[in-house]
Design a protein around this ligand. Structure first.
Ligand SMILES: [Zn+2]
Length: 131
């Protein structure tokens, strides 16, 4: 997926983690799909990618369930929760490092308000405007 290249560092790791979780979820729930992730789950991955790119905390992003900003649409948030609950405990065997990193970052306390102009997207745009 080419759009992965837009993210780096912590945001990219988080994107890889959510993508892996969606695949685990999709294989178990959408068995009849011709590919995993299926079209519906792929849409969700793309949505999650956009949210990460626009997260106002940028690289200082807290984990989503501790975040004071509610950036997901309600039905996407419900799907995210369903995916996490299902795939979270199933991540340890196929992706132990991702799973442990995720658990550790869940323990960090929530932050205050996001700093201004801090999102990955904002920084990307301000860099490209300098040329
Ligand atoms: Zn699916």
């Amino acid at each position: 997926m080419a759009f992965e290249q837009l993210l780096s560092g912590k945001l990219l790791r988080e994107f890889e983690t959510i993508s892996a979780m969606v695949k685990i979820y999709c294989k178990a729930h959408h068995k009849d799909a011709s590919a995993h992730p299926c079209v519906e789950c792929d849409d969700f991955i793309e949505y999650a990618h956009t949210r990460l790119d626009r997260c106002p905390y940028g690289q200082e992003k807290p984990t989503c369930n501790k975040c004071p900003v509610h950036c997901y649409k309600p039905h996407m948030k419900a799907k995210a929760r369903e995916i996490m609950i299902f795939a979270g405990p199933r991540m340890l065997l196929p992706h132990p490092i991702m799973a442990i990193r995720h658990l550790m970052s869940e323990r960090k306390p929530a932050q205050g308000k996001p700093p201004k102009a801090h999102s990955n997207r904002h920084q990307r745009i301000s860099i490209s405007n300098q040329d």
